[in-house]
Design a protein around this ligand. Structure first.
Ligand SMILES: CC(C)(COP(=O)(O)OP(=O)(O)OC[C@H]1O[C@@H](n2cnc3c(N)ncnc32)[C@H](O)[C@@H]1OP(=O)(O)O)[C@@H](O)C(=O)NCCC(=O)NCCS
Length: 343
């Protein structure tokens, strides 16, 4: 097939010799259990009015006790593979982006491999917090471009409810569980992923972290009593950094493609806070109808966030083949990123 539209592919400017990489299909999964703001009012000193006005979140999904991150990830992966008409045995590589792995090791990606029967695949996890899906996309596409692999399965999956302090109103209202997946392959009729940029600032690592449970602070009775195994966040500073980093990443991605924001059909920002999304959109001079938002239903699902939103944008026909989508992410690390995709 012949490309119908002339587009600037920035990868072509950098001695691009490989193949392009497209998203064949996406899939997502959220657990059944809905946790509403009204229920949170009974847990901590908060109100539906405060949560809605400060965050835009109305409810979130919470995984069942028996459901782990690899279960959520496997459901999302199977949906994406079925839609792509690709069998698990065709997958060459599985990358799972998560901050809530089933366990420190083996990787959640290996557990997903076992659950979906992707027997030929290599599998590993990556950790870039809420930016993980864009990191996985950029890393995954390198293997397609270089002709190392034909089929790469990337997944963002989180059971954040397992690291939330349910008595801390500053954080427990913000997060939820879920997973999203994408099947990457070369498609001769599309540019696919035009560019992806990633960034990090380790100097701001303390803004959003889980201090306990790793080698710096192995779990002890004392660390548990101090709540070091829970997610911690400086909300105000995180908010400011998020707006700046997402704006910078999006601007850089558009610049590389020589695209103007008006040419983007759908903007999918990380779904952390409605006010962050609105502030980024305003700085980008984007129109509200360009921006896809579903955080009222799920809250912040970290690495799963843009993956679930992308799936919902595609299944609701908000994004159609040939459209240009701009994905923008931000997370702990700090990390950030943006990607421009010709769908
Ligand atoms: C967390 C966040 C919603 C708080 O909003 P904010 O406008 O910054 O509010 P503040 O931090 O100034 O808190 C204002 C007051 O509300 C209180 N508050 C915090 N959470 C509350 C809740 N769930 N219900 C009611 N009151 C709450 C605070 O204790 C504070 O009270 P005080 O003034 O008596 O101390 C906002 O900072 C935010 O979204 N930050 C980024 C979070 C994020 O996206 N993290 C993930 C990035 S990937």
């Amino acid at each position: 097939m012949v490309l119908t539209r002339k587009l600037k592919n920035p990868r072509a400017q950098h001695n691009f010799v490989g193949r392009t990489c497209s998203i064949l299909a996406v899939g997502s999964y959220v657990p059944e259990r809905v946790l509403t703001n009204a229920e949170l009012e009974k847990l901590v000193d908060t109100s539906n009015e405060w949560i809605m006005s400060r965050t835009g979140i109305s409810e979130r999904r919470i995984a069942a006790k028996h459901e782990s991150t690899s279960d959520l990830a496997s459901h999302a992966a199977m949906r994406a593979l079925e839609r792509a008409n690709v069998s698990p045995s065709e997958v060459d590589l599985i990358i799972v982006a998560t901050i809530t792995p089933d366990m420190p090791f083996p990787s959640t990606a290996c557990l997903v491999q076992r659950k979906i029967g992707a027997t030929r695949a290599a599998a590993f996890d990556l950790e870039a917090a809420c930016s993980g899906f864009i990191y996985a996309l950029e890393i995954g596409q390198q293997f397609i471009m270089s002709r190392t692999y034909e089929t790469v399965l990337i997944i963002g999956a989180e059971k954040l409810s397992s690291i939330i302090n349910w008595s801390d109103r500053n954080t427990c209202v913000l997060f939820g569980d879920g997973a999203g997946a994408a099947v990457l392959r070369h498609r001769p009729d599309a540019h696919g992923l035009l560019t992806a940029c990633m960034g990090s600032d380790g100097n701001k690592a303390d803004l959003l972290c889980m201090p306990g449970g790793g080698s710096a602070c192995p779990p002890t009775h004392e660390s548990l009593a101090a709540g070091l195994h829970y997610l911690r966040m400086d909300g105000k500073e995180t908010f400011k950094s998020a707006v700046n980093a997402m704006f910078t990443a999006a601007t850089e991605a558009l610049r590389r493609c020589e695209l103007d924001i008006t040419q983007i059909n759908c903007i999918i920002p990380h779904q952390a806070n409605r006010r962050i999304i609105d502030a980024v959109a305003e700085r980008l001079n984007a129109q509200p109808e360009q921006v896809f938002v579903n955080l009222h239903k799920y809250g912040n699902t970290s690495a799963a966030s843009v993956a679930i939103a992308l799936d919902e944008a595609v299944t609701s026909n908000r994004i159609q083949r040939g459209d240009l989508a701009l994905l923008i992410v931000f997370g702990a690390g700090l990390t950030w990123g943006a990607a421009v995709i010709e769908w």
